[in-house]
Design a protein. Structure first.
Length: 369
């Protein structure tokens, strides 16, 4: 990120924030939902003349193996009444070929910006049919997709590492260990953490790649005594055993946005741990509104669909449905927080840092873009 700011004063956050729904329209989220009260109807793949008004499109997997996810994303995109004037929803299916076909239909109908698809292989297929003049804003978090007209909108390992390590550096935690399970995510997290730590003046020990918590404390001690902090970015089956082994050892435990999907405040082992997360003052009202309308809980991916829809709305209102409009140096605001696209296809994001309490969370830091 080009700049960051961390708020020192903790703010207590209760898991249920229904009273913040009014704030969603009145405060920070209002900047991301201009015209929210006048959302228009939705059209699933309605043909438009390329010579007509400027259009944009959402590519969502409404059929195929990922149809259940697609319906959740559609519910998010239509939250409040529809995606908006000039924004059409197309079924990208669950395969690369179906996504490419949906993108071509959208382009033929005059779409000048595409948000979606969700999956990496689909985004690669869409990039092959979309001209560079039509930005493709994929909901994937695979940074390898960035470039050649594709912009990565998902929350990446870099976003999480920068947020939580910025707070660690500010609090004087300079000796960091990272523990990850084997696999691609672990490799990406190590690379992201190493880069973020170097920029912040934090020393990262040799990463520990393991699938078992057995001997974990001894392995950390053998690296020169226990570190100031341990970063555990993965929220898979290894997380709770890792945290159980490290809890109470005097080290600050750190986590990524993956922790946001877990019930942490009821597990004493996580007490006082810090983790990166969407700004709860923006995200909690969205989650409550989504659950009320869709009848099920959403998450970061539904927040992405909502923010992607609002991005298209803002660009349409400005008459800037183009690569130039997408690269606005002032960036955008969303329910997941502030963000800004870069010319290389990457997306800078501001995230919050939360501390786990007893039945609640405290907002202890926040990065900007």
């Amino acid at each position: 990120m080009s700049s960051s700011s961390l708020f020192q004063k903790p703010t207590l956050l209760r898991p249920s924030r229904r009273n913040l729904l009014r704030a969603m329209a009145a405060t920070s989220v209002a900047t991301a939902t201009t015209g929210c009260g006048a959302l228009e109807g939705m059209s699933d793949a309605v043909s438009r003349s390329p010579s007509g008004p400027a259009r944009s499109a959402l590519l969502l997997p409404l059929s195929g193996s990922a149809a259940d996810l697609g319906q959740l994303l559609k519910a998010s995109a239509t939250l409040g009444g529809g995606p908006g004037i000039g924004i059409d929803i197309y079924d990208s299916g669950s395969e690369p070929q179906s996504a490419a076909a949906a993108a071509q239909t959208a382009l033929d109908a005059g779409a000048q910006v595409l948000v979606g698809p969700v999956f990496s292989a689909q985004a690669e297929a869409v990039a092959k049919v979309a001209p560079r003049s039509v930005p493709v804003v994929t909901l994937s978090n695979n940074v390898a997709l960035a470039g050649s007209g594709v912009f990565v909108f998902g929350i990446t390992a870099v976003h999480s590492a920068r947020a939580v390590l910025s707070l660690a550096a500010q609090r004087g935690l300079r000796d960091l260990a990272i523990v990850v399970p084997p696999g691609d995510f672990g490799s990406q997290a190590i690379a992201a953490t190493t880069g973020a730590a170097q920029a912040l003046g934090i020393q990262v020990r040799t990463p520990l790649v393991r699938s078992s918590a057995s001997g974990l404390v001894d392995a950390l001690k053998s690296g020169g005594g226990l570190p100031d902090a341990v970063y555990l970015p993965a929220a898979d089956g290894t997380l709770r055993p890792f945290v159980g082994a490290l809890s109470g050892q005097g080290m600050q435990l750190l986590g990524s946005t993956q922790w946001s999907a877990l019930d942490l405040d009821s597990d004493r082992a996580f007490r006082d741990a810090w983790f990166a997360a969407p700004d709860p003052l923006r995200f909690a009202p969205f989650k409550d509104a989504f659950a009320k309308e869709a009848g099920t809980q959403g998450g970061i991916i539904t927040g992405l669909a909502y923010d992607g829809t609002e991005l298209l709305r803002v660009l349409g209102q400005r008459g800037q449905q183009s690569r130039r409009g997408l690269l606005d140096k002032d960036g955008f605001n969303g329910v997941l927080g502030p963000y800004r696209f870069l010319d290389n296809g990457q997306c800078e994001r501001g995230l919050a840092v939360l501390q786990v309490g007893a039945g609640d969370f405290s907002l202890i830091g926040s990065t900007s873009v």
